[in-house]
Ligand binder design. Sequence first.
Ligand code: HEC
Length: 424
Amino acid sequence: MSGVKTDSPNATAGRLEGLLVEFDSPTALVAAAEQIRDAGYRRWDTHTPFPVHGIDEAMGIRPTRLPFIVFLLGFIGCIGGLVLQWWTNATGASDFPGLPTFLQGYNYLISGKPEFSLPANIPVIFETTVLLAAFAAVFGMLAMNNLPKHHTALFASERFRRVTTDRFFVYVDAADAKFDEGQTTSFLGGLGGSQPEAIHDIASSPSALPGGLKVSTLILISLLFIPPLVIARARVAKSNEPRIHIIQDMDNQERFKAQQAASAFFADGRASRPQPEGTVARGDLRFDTHYYEGKIGGEYATTYPEQVTINEQFIRRGQERFNVYCAPCHGLGGAGNGTVNATALRLETAGWIAPTSLHDQLARSRPLGHIYNSISNGIRSMPPYGDQISPTDRWAIVSYIRALQFSQQADLDDVPPEVRPELR
Ligand code: HEC
Protein backbone atom coordinates (compact mmCIF):
# COMPACT_ATOMS: atom_id res chain seq x y z
CA MET A 1 0.00 0.00 0.00
CA SER A 2 3.01 2.25 -0.10
CA GLY A 3 2.03 3.34 -3.57
CA VAL A 4 -1.13 5.07 -2.32
CA LYS A 5 -0.48 8.74 -2.64
CA THR A 6 -3.05 10.20 -0.30
CA ASP A 7 -3.58 10.03 3.43
CA SER A 8 -7.15 11.24 3.53
CA PRO A 9 -8.85 9.69 0.55
CA ASN A 10 -12.34 10.80 1.53
CA ALA A 11 -11.32 14.38 0.98
CA THR A 12 -10.33 13.57 -2.59
CA ALA A 13 -13.18 14.27 -4.92
CA GLY A 14 -13.39 10.94 -6.76
CA ARG A 15 -16.22 8.74 -7.86
CA LEU A 16 -17.98 6.86 -5.01
CA GLU A 17 -16.77 3.27 -5.23
CA GLY A 18 -18.64 1.72 -2.35
CA LEU A 19 -19.29 1.65 1.41
CA LEU A 20 -17.09 -0.01 4.02
CA VAL A 21 -18.25 -1.13 7.48
CA GLU A 22 -15.93 -2.42 10.18
CA PHE A 23 -16.83 -5.12 12.75
CA ASP A 24 -15.07 -6.25 15.90
CA SER A 25 -15.74 -9.96 15.73
CA PRO A 26 -16.43 -12.69 13.18
CA THR A 27 -19.80 -13.36 14.86
CA ALA A 28 -20.95 -9.78 14.27
CA LEU A 29 -19.68 -10.02 10.69
CA VAL A 30 -21.59 -13.23 9.96
CA ALA A 31 -24.79 -11.75 11.41
CA ALA A 32 -24.37 -8.63 9.30
CA ALA A 33 -23.61 -10.69 6.20
CA GLU A 34 -26.86 -12.60 6.61
CA GLN A 35 -28.82 -9.35 6.68
CA ILE A 36 -27.09 -7.93 3.61
CA ARG A 37 -27.69 -11.22 1.80
CA ASP A 38 -31.38 -11.14 2.75
CA ALA A 39 -31.66 -7.51 1.70
CA GLY A 40 -30.85 -8.71 -1.83
CA TYR A 41 -27.43 -7.13 -2.45
CA ARG A 42 -25.28 -8.96 -5.03
CA ARG A 43 -22.04 -7.00 -5.44
CA TRP A 44 -20.50 -6.99 -2.03
CA ASP A 45 -17.81 -8.83 -0.13
CA THR A 46 -16.42 -9.50 3.33
CA HIS A 47 -12.76 -9.15 4.31
CA THR A 48 -11.28 -10.96 7.30
CA PRO A 49 -7.83 -11.68 8.70
CA PHE A 50 -8.55 -15.43 8.69
CA PRO A 51 -11.11 -17.76 7.12
CA VAL A 52 -14.40 -17.36 8.95
CA HIS A 53 -16.50 -20.45 9.37
CA GLY A 54 -19.96 -20.24 7.79
CA ILE A 55 -19.31 -16.93 6.03
CA ASP A 56 -19.99 -18.30 2.55
CA GLU A 57 -23.38 -19.56 3.63
CA ALA A 58 -24.11 -16.28 5.39
CA MET A 59 -23.18 -14.45 2.20
CA GLY A 60 -25.19 -16.82 0.04
CA ILE A 61 -22.20 -17.85 -2.04
CA ARG A 62 -23.04 -20.75 -4.28
CA PRO A 63 -20.56 -23.63 -4.62
CA THR A 64 -17.89 -22.83 -7.17
CA ARG A 65 -18.22 -24.09 -10.75
CA LEU A 66 -14.47 -24.59 -10.93
CA PRO A 67 -14.61 -28.41 -10.50
CA PHE A 68 -16.75 -28.68 -13.64
CA ILE A 69 -14.30 -26.55 -15.59
CA VAL A 70 -11.41 -28.67 -14.32
CA PHE A 71 -13.26 -31.85 -15.28
CA LEU A 72 -14.12 -30.52 -18.72
CA LEU A 73 -10.56 -29.46 -19.50
CA GLY A 74 -9.18 -32.72 -18.09
CA PHE A 75 -11.56 -34.63 -20.34
CA ILE A 76 -10.49 -32.56 -23.34
CA GLY A 77 -6.84 -33.27 -22.41
CA CYS A 78 -7.58 -36.98 -22.22
CA ILE A 79 -9.33 -37.17 -25.58
CA GLY A 80 -6.87 -34.72 -27.13
CA GLY A 81 -3.87 -36.81 -26.01
CA LEU A 82 -5.48 -39.92 -27.40
CA VAL A 83 -6.33 -38.34 -30.74
CA LEU A 84 -2.88 -36.78 -30.98
CA GLN A 85 -1.19 -40.15 -30.59
CA TRP A 86 -3.57 -41.90 -32.90
CA TRP A 87 -3.07 -39.18 -35.47
CA THR A 88 0.71 -39.06 -35.31
CA ASN A 89 1.31 -42.82 -35.03
CA ALA A 90 -1.55 -44.60 -36.72
CA THR A 91 -2.38 -42.41 -39.70
CA GLY A 92 -0.22 -41.50 -42.61
CA ALA A 93 -0.11 -39.66 -45.90
CA SER A 94 -2.19 -42.34 -47.60
CA ASP A 95 -5.06 -42.03 -45.08
CA PHE A 96 -5.69 -38.32 -45.63
CA PRO A 97 -4.04 -37.52 -48.95
CA GLY A 98 -5.58 -34.05 -49.26
CA LEU A 99 -3.82 -32.69 -46.16
CA PRO A 100 -0.71 -30.52 -46.34
CA THR A 101 2.38 -32.55 -45.41
CA PHE A 102 3.05 -30.83 -42.10
CA LEU A 103 -0.38 -31.86 -40.86
CA GLN A 104 -0.11 -35.47 -41.91
CA GLY A 105 0.60 -38.25 -39.44
CA TYR A 106 3.56 -40.54 -39.89
CA ASN A 107 2.68 -44.15 -39.29
CA TYR A 108 6.13 -45.50 -38.62
CA LEU A 109 6.18 -49.21 -38.01
CA ILE A 110 8.38 -50.17 -35.06
CA SER A 111 9.35 -53.83 -34.71
CA GLY A 112 6.03 -54.93 -36.18
CA LYS A 113 4.13 -53.50 -33.21
CA PRO A 114 0.56 -52.31 -33.77
CA GLU A 115 0.42 -48.71 -34.91
CA PHE A 116 -2.22 -47.94 -32.33
CA SER A 117 -2.10 -49.58 -28.92
CA LEU A 118 -3.99 -48.15 -25.97
CA PRO A 119 -1.67 -49.37 -23.18
CA ALA A 120 1.30 -47.66 -24.81
CA ASN A 121 -0.68 -44.44 -25.09
CA ILE A 122 -1.84 -44.28 -21.46
CA PRO A 123 1.17 -42.38 -20.06
CA VAL A 124 0.76 -39.53 -22.54
CA ILE A 125 -3.01 -39.42 -22.07
CA PHE A 126 -2.45 -39.24 -18.34
CA GLU A 127 -0.01 -36.38 -18.76
CA THR A 128 -2.24 -34.32 -21.06
CA THR A 129 -5.22 -34.90 -18.77
CA VAL A 130 -3.32 -33.72 -15.71
CA LEU A 131 -1.79 -30.81 -17.61
CA LEU A 132 -5.04 -29.35 -18.90
CA ALA A 133 -6.85 -30.04 -15.62
CA ALA A 134 -4.10 -28.28 -13.67
CA PHE A 135 -4.14 -25.31 -16.04
CA ALA A 136 -7.91 -25.14 -15.73
CA ALA A 137 -7.68 -25.19 -11.94
CA VAL A 138 -5.01 -22.50 -11.64
CA PHE A 139 -6.04 -20.13 -14.43
CA GLY A 140 -9.75 -20.80 -13.94
CA MET A 141 -9.42 -19.90 -10.27
CA LEU A 142 -7.51 -16.72 -11.13
CA ALA A 143 -10.00 -15.71 -13.81
CA MET A 144 -13.09 -16.41 -11.70
CA ASN A 145 -11.63 -14.37 -8.84
CA ASN A 146 -10.63 -11.52 -11.16
CA LEU A 147 -7.02 -12.02 -10.22
CA PRO A 148 -4.37 -10.78 -10.35
CA LYS A 149 -5.63 -7.49 -9.02
CA HIS A 150 -2.99 -4.89 -8.31
CA HIS A 151 -5.23 -2.31 -6.86
CA THR A 152 -8.53 -1.82 -5.14
CA ALA A 153 -10.13 1.40 -4.00
CA LEU A 154 -10.15 -0.10 -0.49
CA PHE A 155 -6.43 0.57 -0.22
CA ALA A 156 -7.37 4.18 0.29
CA SER A 157 -9.08 3.44 3.60
CA GLU A 158 -6.94 3.96 6.69
CA ARG A 159 -8.88 1.54 8.90
CA PHE A 160 -8.91 -1.17 6.20
CA ARG A 161 -5.19 -1.67 6.81
CA ARG A 162 -6.03 -3.70 9.91
CA VAL A 163 -7.90 -6.29 7.80
CA THR A 164 -4.91 -8.59 7.87
CA THR A 165 -4.56 -8.20 11.65
CA ASP A 166 -7.72 -8.10 13.73
CA ARG A 167 -10.60 -6.34 11.97
CA PHE A 168 -13.57 -7.63 9.97
CA PHE A 169 -15.08 -5.69 7.08
CA VAL A 170 -18.07 -5.65 4.84
CA TYR A 171 -17.78 -3.75 1.58
CA VAL A 172 -20.75 -3.02 -0.64
CA ASP A 173 -19.92 -1.97 -4.17
CA ALA A 174 -21.63 1.13 -5.55
CA ALA A 175 -22.16 -0.79 -8.78
CA ASP A 176 -24.75 -2.99 -7.08
CA ALA A 177 -28.22 -2.66 -8.59
CA LYS A 178 -29.76 -2.04 -5.18
CA PHE A 179 -27.16 0.55 -4.20
CA ASP A 180 -28.42 3.96 -3.21
CA GLU A 181 -26.01 6.17 -1.34
CA GLY A 182 -28.43 7.43 1.33
CA GLN A 183 -30.46 4.27 1.79
CA THR A 184 -27.55 1.85 1.75
CA THR A 185 -25.59 4.03 4.17
CA SER A 186 -28.36 3.97 6.75
CA PHE A 187 -28.98 0.25 6.19
CA LEU A 188 -25.33 -0.59 6.75
CA GLY A 189 -25.16 1.79 9.70
CA GLY A 190 -27.79 -0.31 11.48
CA LEU A 191 -25.88 -3.58 11.26
CA GLY A 192 -23.96 -3.18 14.52
CA GLY A 193 -20.63 -2.22 13.07
CA SER A 194 -18.85 1.10 12.59
CA GLN A 195 -20.40 3.96 10.64
CA PRO A 196 -20.18 3.19 6.90
CA GLU A 197 -17.12 4.78 5.32
CA ALA A 198 -17.55 6.04 1.78
CA ILE A 199 -14.73 4.78 -0.39
CA HIS A 200 -13.78 7.07 -3.26
CA ASP A 201 -11.69 6.42 -6.28
CA ILE A 202 -8.36 8.06 -5.83
CA ALA A 203 -7.64 10.60 -8.53
CA SER A 204 -4.02 9.55 -8.96
CA SER A 205 -4.87 5.89 -9.06
CA PRO A 206 -1.77 3.69 -8.86
CA SER A 207 -3.66 0.90 -10.56
CA ALA A 208 -1.43 1.29 -13.58
CA LEU A 209 1.61 -0.99 -13.57
CA PRO A 210 4.90 0.65 -12.59
CA GLY A 211 6.86 1.78 -15.66
CA GLY A 212 9.82 -0.50 -14.92
CA LEU A 213 7.59 -3.54 -14.78
CA LYS A 214 6.02 -2.63 -18.09
CA VAL A 215 9.37 -2.23 -19.78
CA SER A 216 10.80 -5.47 -18.40
CA THR A 217 7.63 -7.38 -19.35
CA LEU A 218 7.95 -6.01 -22.85
CA ILE A 219 11.61 -7.04 -23.03
CA LEU A 220 10.80 -10.52 -21.73
CA ILE A 221 8.02 -10.96 -24.26
CA SER A 222 10.30 -9.90 -27.10
CA LEU A 223 12.95 -12.36 -25.86
CA LEU A 224 10.34 -15.10 -26.14
CA PHE A 225 10.31 -14.59 -29.88
CA ILE A 226 14.01 -15.39 -30.29
CA PRO A 227 13.82 -19.24 -30.10
CA PRO A 228 10.97 -19.54 -32.64
CA LEU A 229 12.80 -17.11 -34.93
CA VAL A 230 16.02 -19.11 -34.70
CA ILE A 231 14.09 -22.30 -35.44
CA ALA A 232 12.27 -20.68 -38.35
CA ARG A 233 15.57 -19.49 -39.78
CA ALA A 234 17.14 -22.93 -39.40
CA ARG A 235 14.24 -24.44 -41.33
CA VAL A 236 14.77 -22.28 -44.38
CA ALA A 237 18.47 -21.41 -44.35
CA LYS A 238 21.07 -23.79 -45.75
CA SER A 239 24.59 -23.75 -44.41
CA ASN A 240 27.76 -25.75 -44.91
CA GLU A 241 29.10 -24.75 -41.52
CA PRO A 242 29.15 -27.50 -38.90
CA ARG A 243 26.68 -27.09 -36.07
CA ILE A 244 27.68 -24.93 -33.16
CA HIS A 245 29.55 -27.28 -30.88
CA ILE A 246 29.02 -25.88 -27.40
CA ILE A 247 30.09 -28.78 -25.24
CA GLN A 248 33.43 -29.84 -26.62
CA ASP A 249 34.17 -32.87 -24.45
CA MET A 250 37.33 -34.11 -26.16
CA ASP A 251 35.86 -34.16 -29.65
CA ASN A 252 38.28 -31.75 -31.21
CA GLN A 253 41.83 -32.22 -30.13
CA GLU A 254 45.24 -32.59 -31.65
CA ARG A 255 45.86 -36.11 -32.77
CA PHE A 256 47.81 -38.22 -35.21
CA LYS A 257 45.86 -40.25 -37.68
CA ALA A 258 47.07 -43.80 -38.05
CA GLN A 259 49.51 -44.26 -40.92
CA GLN A 260 49.03 -40.63 -41.96
CA ALA A 261 50.65 -38.01 -39.81
CA ALA A 262 54.32 -37.60 -39.10
CA SER A 263 55.34 -36.91 -35.53
CA ALA A 264 57.83 -34.19 -34.81
CA PHE A 265 58.30 -35.59 -31.32
CA PHE A 266 59.93 -38.93 -32.12
CA ALA A 267 63.26 -39.07 -33.89
CA ASP A 268 62.07 -41.57 -36.47
CA GLY A 269 59.03 -39.39 -37.25
CA ARG A 270 56.57 -42.27 -36.78
CA ALA A 271 53.32 -41.32 -35.07
CA SER A 272 52.25 -44.96 -34.66
CA ARG A 273 54.76 -46.37 -32.21
CA PRO A 274 56.10 -49.91 -32.61
CA GLN A 275 55.89 -52.21 -29.63
CA PRO A 276 59.05 -51.87 -27.52
CA GLU A 277 61.14 -54.97 -27.79
CA GLY A 278 60.64 -57.61 -25.13
CA THR A 279 57.22 -56.31 -23.99
CA VAL A 280 53.89 -58.08 -23.97
CA ALA A 281 50.53 -56.36 -24.14
CA ARG A 282 48.43 -56.75 -21.00
CA GLY A 283 46.57 -60.06 -20.99
CA ASP A 284 48.59 -61.32 -23.96
CA LEU A 285 51.11 -63.36 -21.98
CA ARG A 286 50.28 -66.82 -23.31
CA PHE A 287 52.71 -69.45 -22.13
CA ASP A 288 50.11 -72.24 -22.22
CA THR A 289 50.59 -73.40 -25.81
CA HIS A 290 48.15 -76.29 -25.39
CA TYR A 291 45.22 -73.98 -24.63
CA TYR A 292 46.19 -71.01 -26.78
CA GLU A 293 47.84 -72.67 -29.79
CA GLY A 294 46.63 -76.27 -29.71
CA LYS A 295 50.23 -77.47 -29.55
CA ILE A 296 52.24 -79.47 -27.01
CA GLY A 297 56.01 -79.33 -27.46
CA GLY A 298 55.55 -78.04 -31.03
CA GLU A 299 53.28 -80.97 -31.99
CA TYR A 300 49.52 -80.65 -32.55
CA ALA A 301 47.74 -81.73 -29.41
CA THR A 302 45.57 -84.86 -29.50
CA THR A 303 43.89 -84.03 -26.20
CA TYR A 304 41.77 -81.15 -24.90
CA PRO A 305 43.50 -78.61 -22.61
CA GLU A 306 42.69 -78.76 -18.91
CA GLN A 307 40.84 -75.43 -19.12
CA VAL A 308 37.86 -77.07 -20.84
CA THR A 309 35.56 -79.86 -19.71
CA ILE A 310 33.87 -81.89 -22.39
CA ASN A 311 30.20 -82.39 -21.61
CA GLU A 312 26.92 -81.95 -23.44
CA GLN A 313 26.65 -78.26 -22.54
CA PHE A 314 30.13 -77.56 -23.87
CA ILE A 315 29.47 -79.39 -27.17
CA ARG A 316 26.17 -77.51 -27.55
CA ARG A 317 28.05 -74.25 -27.11
CA GLY A 318 30.37 -75.48 -29.86
CA GLN A 319 27.37 -76.26 -32.07
CA GLU A 320 25.94 -72.80 -31.54
CA ARG A 321 29.28 -71.12 -32.38
CA PHE A 322 29.86 -73.46 -35.33
CA ASN A 323 26.46 -72.56 -36.79
CA VAL A 324 27.36 -68.88 -36.50
CA TYR A 325 30.94 -68.88 -37.75
CA CYS A 326 31.48 -72.00 -39.81
CA ALA A 327 28.15 -73.22 -41.19
CA PRO A 328 27.84 -70.41 -43.79
CA CYS A 329 30.73 -72.08 -45.66
CA HIS A 330 30.97 -75.60 -44.30
CA GLY A 331 27.21 -76.21 -44.00
CA LEU A 332 25.24 -77.03 -40.85
CA GLY A 333 26.27 -80.68 -41.13
CA GLY A 334 29.88 -79.86 -42.02
CA ALA A 335 29.67 -81.40 -45.50
CA GLY A 336 31.11 -78.26 -47.13
CA ASN A 337 27.78 -77.23 -48.63
CA GLY A 338 27.02 -73.95 -46.82
CA THR A 339 25.08 -71.07 -48.35
CA VAL A 340 28.26 -69.16 -49.21
CA ASN A 341 29.48 -72.14 -51.18
CA ALA A 342 26.12 -72.53 -52.91
CA THR A 343 26.07 -68.86 -53.87
CA ALA A 344 29.64 -68.94 -55.15
CA LEU A 345 28.79 -71.94 -57.34
CA ARG A 346 25.60 -70.32 -58.62
CA LEU A 347 27.50 -67.13 -59.53
CA GLU A 348 30.30 -69.24 -61.00
CA THR A 349 32.83 -67.27 -58.99
CA ALA A 350 36.22 -67.50 -60.65
CA GLY A 351 38.89 -69.31 -58.60
CA TRP A 352 36.44 -70.43 -55.94
CA ILE A 353 37.87 -73.00 -53.60
CA ALA A 354 35.14 -75.07 -52.02
CA PRO A 355 35.17 -75.44 -48.21
CA THR A 356 36.42 -78.83 -47.20
CA SER A 357 33.93 -81.44 -46.08
CA LEU A 358 34.72 -82.02 -42.44
CA HIS A 359 33.83 -85.68 -42.94
CA ASP A 360 36.49 -86.62 -45.44
CA GLN A 361 39.37 -88.88 -44.48
CA LEU A 362 41.93 -86.09 -44.05
CA ALA A 363 39.71 -83.87 -41.90
CA ARG A 364 38.85 -86.83 -39.65
CA SER A 365 42.49 -87.78 -39.22
CA ARG A 366 43.51 -84.29 -38.10
CA PRO A 367 44.50 -84.06 -34.42
CA LEU A 368 42.34 -81.81 -32.21
CA GLY A 369 45.11 -79.20 -32.04
CA HIS A 370 45.28 -79.05 -35.84
CA ILE A 371 41.59 -78.17 -36.18
CA TYR A 372 42.02 -75.64 -33.36
CA ASN A 373 44.93 -74.12 -35.26
CA SER A 374 42.93 -73.98 -38.52
CA ILE A 375 40.24 -71.98 -36.74
CA SER A 376 42.79 -69.68 -35.05
CA ASN A 377 45.03 -68.96 -38.01
CA GLY A 378 43.06 -70.13 -41.03
CA ILE A 379 44.39 -72.76 -43.39
CA ARG A 380 45.38 -72.33 -47.02
CA SER A 381 42.51 -70.30 -48.50
CA MET A 382 40.34 -70.38 -45.36
CA PRO A 383 40.54 -67.13 -43.37
CA PRO A 384 41.53 -67.07 -39.66
CA TYR A 385 38.88 -66.68 -36.93
CA GLY A 386 41.17 -66.37 -33.89
CA ASP A 387 40.35 -62.71 -33.43
CA GLN A 388 36.60 -63.33 -33.36
CA ILE A 389 36.28 -66.52 -31.33
CA SER A 390 37.68 -66.93 -27.82
CA PRO A 391 40.06 -69.88 -27.19
CA THR A 392 37.45 -71.72 -25.10
CA ASP A 393 34.83 -71.32 -27.84
CA ARG A 394 37.35 -72.52 -30.42
CA TRP A 395 37.84 -75.70 -28.35
CA ALA A 396 34.06 -76.02 -28.09
CA ILE A 397 33.81 -75.86 -31.89
CA VAL A 398 36.53 -78.49 -32.17
CA SER A 399 34.55 -80.78 -29.84
CA TYR A 400 31.42 -80.20 -31.93
CA ILE A 401 33.28 -81.03 -35.16
CA ARG A 402 34.34 -84.29 -33.54
CA ALA A 403 30.69 -84.94 -32.64
CA LEU A 404 29.63 -84.18 -36.24
CA GLN A 405 32.27 -86.53 -37.60
CA PHE A 406 31.28 -89.24 -35.17
CA SER A 407 27.63 -88.85 -36.20
CA GLN A 408 28.49 -89.88 -39.76
CA GLN A 409 30.63 -92.87 -38.79
CA ALA A 410 28.74 -94.41 -35.91
CA ASP A 411 27.21 -97.85 -36.14
CA LEU A 412 24.23 -99.37 -34.40
CA ASP A 413 26.17 -100.26 -31.27
CA ASP A 414 26.85 -96.58 -30.61
CA VAL A 415 23.15 -95.81 -30.40
CA PRO A 416 21.36 -96.09 -27.00
CA PRO A 417 19.59 -99.50 -26.82
CA GLU A 418 16.09 -98.02 -26.52
CA VAL A 419 16.23 -96.23 -29.91
CA ARG A 420 17.90 -99.09 -31.77
CA PRO A 421 14.62 -100.76 -32.86
CA GLU A 422 13.57 -97.57 -34.67
CA LEU A 423 16.72 -97.62 -36.76
CA ARG A 424 16.81 -101.32 -37.65
C1 HEC B 1 34.55 -68.22 -45.68
C2 HEC B 1 34.24 -69.63 -45.74
C3 HEC B 1 34.73 -70.47 -44.56
C4 HEC B 1 34.38 -70.34 -43.25
C5 HEC B 1 33.46 -69.28 -42.65
C6 HEC B 1 35.04 -71.40 -42.55
N1 HEC B 1 35.76 -72.15 -43.39
FE1 HEC B 1 36.80 -73.77 -42.94
N2 HEC B 1 37.40 -73.95 -44.81
C7 HEC B 1 37.02 -73.09 -45.84
C8 HEC B 1 37.71 -73.49 -47.04
C9 HEC B 1 37.54 -72.78 -48.39
C10 HEC B 1 38.52 -74.57 -46.70
C11 HEC B 1 39.44 -75.29 -47.60
C12 HEC B 1 40.71 -74.45 -47.74
C13 HEC B 1 41.62 -74.93 -48.81
O1 HEC B 1 41.59 -76.14 -49.08
O2 HEC B 1 42.35 -74.08 -49.31
C14 HEC B 1 38.29 -74.83 -45.30
C15 HEC B 1 38.89 -75.85 -44.60
C16 HEC B 1 38.57 -76.15 -43.31
C17 HEC B 1 39.08 -77.31 -42.61
C18 HEC B 1 39.97 -78.34 -43.15
C19 HEC B 1 41.39 -77.97 -42.93
C20 HEC B 1 42.32 -79.13 -43.17
O3 HEC B 1 42.56 -79.77 -42.16
O4 HEC B 1 42.70 -79.32 -44.30
C21 HEC B 1 38.56 -77.25 -41.36
C22 HEC B 1 38.79 -78.24 -40.22
C23 HEC B 1 37.76 -76.08 -41.28
N3 HEC B 1 37.77 -75.44 -42.48
C24 HEC B 1 37.08 -75.72 -40.16
C25 HEC B 1 36.36 -74.55 -40.08
C26 HEC B 1 35.75 -74.11 -38.87
C27 HEC B 1 35.78 -74.84 -37.55
C28 HEC B 1 35.16 -72.96 -39.15
C29 HEC B 1 34.38 -72.05 -38.20
C30 HEC B 1 35.16 -71.48 -37.14
C31 HEC B 1 35.39 -72.66 -40.55
N4 HEC B 1 36.14 -73.65 -41.06
C32 HEC B 1 34.91 -71.57 -41.20
C33 HEC B 1 36.15 -72.07 -45.79
C34 HEC B 1 35.59 -71.59 -44.62
